[in-house]
Design a binder for this molecule. Structure first.
Ligand SMILES: Cc1ncc(COP(=O)(O)O)c(C=O)c1O
Length: 411
């Protein structure tokens, strides 16, 4: 039987307990949506104000050189590289994850033109699937999308497959794919792998170089805390740099953008994944957030994530076992991401009831409630308190007040 006192004791021993002071959270809020939008780092708030006032305001267009705006994709990329086990010159920051998926998938498939199949999990995050469907329409007989059930993916890897696209952590259940063994298996079959790291960057001790991953993308706004719509990162293993061609040949990926040549000539290295002008304010916000994260041990973050999510599962069993929740996240620590998800017949209504009571998770249609767990600003007693609110909402059936309400555009 776990008690509130046990949770307080865990907080007392938590090596990351001091991190929460770096983030702003509204008074009384228990925030379980850091897997969707990370909390605001105070440093980012300050940095954005500085960029606007001291750089844009004072340096004007000169800021591209003197404030390092032009070099920011590479600079911030090099910092993110440290979080995902890549070399500094293998990562750049640009565009959105969806756009980086488009560029990377076409670039990857271009490396083995005789292999036309792009294999994926059919329950992967919809944008990944939609981008692949769009590429299939664009490239017609040069690209065949094969979206299969998750448990049959490994059986579908064959010598027609050029690329496997997988999300490291499933957005719905939080289940984690074994990056090392899957990458090895694909390479043995002569294919390439692209990992979507949206739900694992900043949480897991990812080692892209060690597992010899080929491509990866991820967003800046979840566990990296880079702010709403923060720019995305893209990784390409160095061994592929000189052979890839990406389709969005904007001037920032040109070898010499300020020569204003009439024809496109690709930059060398990871810079060829760039397309247009970086979003400087958003980039500054992301960089400040990454600077907060870098000194923290990623192993300690991963370890706390496992402990917090395990506590959540155990407390839900203990205190909310009879309320119709079905756990869809794994109980196995090794394959659980930093979120806990349940299906529930009245998931939408009960999540609205929780949000109205300051326990902020989210809902994924048709019936999934998700509780994202950021070890940087959540404590063990926060988990205790959140489960107590869930218990109260279920016992009193106050969630019934939220049945049949008009859907918000974002859930
Ligand atoms: C796995 C995954 N990929 C991609 C995205 C989103 O891509 P974008 O930043 O382009 O909206 C999400 C958003 O939640 C996601 O969970």
């Amino acid at each position: 039987m776990i008690t509130e006192i046990d949770c307080v004791a865990l907080d007392d021993q938590d090596p990351l307990a001091g991190e929460a002071a770096k983030y702003h959270l509204p008074e009384g809020v228990l925030y379980f949506a850091g897997n969707s939008l990370g909390a605001l780092p105070f440093a980012a708030q300050q940095r954005v104000a500085e960029i606007i006032r001291d750089e844009w305001g004072e340096k004007l267009v000169g800021g591209w050189n003197s404030a390092g705006w032009y070099s920011s994709p590479a600079r911030v990329g090099a910092k993110i590289a440290q979080l995902i086990g890549a070399n500094a010159d293998e990562v750049t920051v640009t565009d959105s994850t969806s756009v980086n998926l488009f560029k990377s998938i076409i670039a990857a498939m271009g490396l083995s033109t005789h292999r036309k199949v792009c294999l994926t999990d059919r329950e992967i995050f919809p944008t990944d699937l939609y981008i692949m469907q769009g590429i299939e329409k664009l490239l017609r007989d040069r690209f065949t999308l094969k979206a299969v059930r998750r448990n049959s993916i490994l059986d579908e890897i064959d010598d027609d497959m050029g690329l496997l696209v997988l999300s490291h952590v499933d957005y719905r259940s939080g289940d984690v794919f074994d990056m090392q063994s899957i990458t090895r298996r694909v390479h043995e079959a002569g294919g390439l792998v692209l990992w979507d790291l949206c739900h694992s960057a900043g949480i897991f001790d990812i080692r892209l170089n060690e597992v010899q991953a080929d491509f990866a993308v991820g967003c800046g706004y979840k566990f990296l805390n880079g702010g709403p719509g923060a720019p995305s990162f893209v990784y390409v293993a160095k061994r592929h740099h000189e052979n890839i061609t990406q389709p969005l040949t904007g001037w920032m990926g040109h070898a010499n953008p300020f020569e204003f040549d009439e024809s496109y000539q690709s930059a060398t290295g990871i810079r060829r994944m760039l397309c247009g002008t970086p979003s400087v304010v958003a980039m500054g916000c992301l960089e400040a957030a990454i600077d907060e994260l870098l000194p923290v041990s990623i192993q300690a973050i991963q370890e706390k994530s496992r402990k917090l999510t395990r506590l959540f599962i155990e407390l839900m069993k203990q205190r909310c076992g009879n309320f119709g929740f079905t756990l869809i996240s794994s109980e196995n620590d090794a394959i659980r991401g930093s979120q806990i998800s349940y299906t529930h017949e009245h998931g939408d209504a009960l999540m609205r009831a929780l949000i109205a009571r300051n326990v902020i998770g989210d809902f994924r249609a048709p019936d999934c409630v998700r509780f994202g767990v950021s070890p940087l600003y959540l404590s063990y007693t926060d988990i205790w308190q959140a489960v107590e609110v869930i218990k109260m909402v279920m016992e009193t059936e106050v969630w019934r007040d939220y049945l049949g309400l008009k859907k918000e555009p974002v859930t």
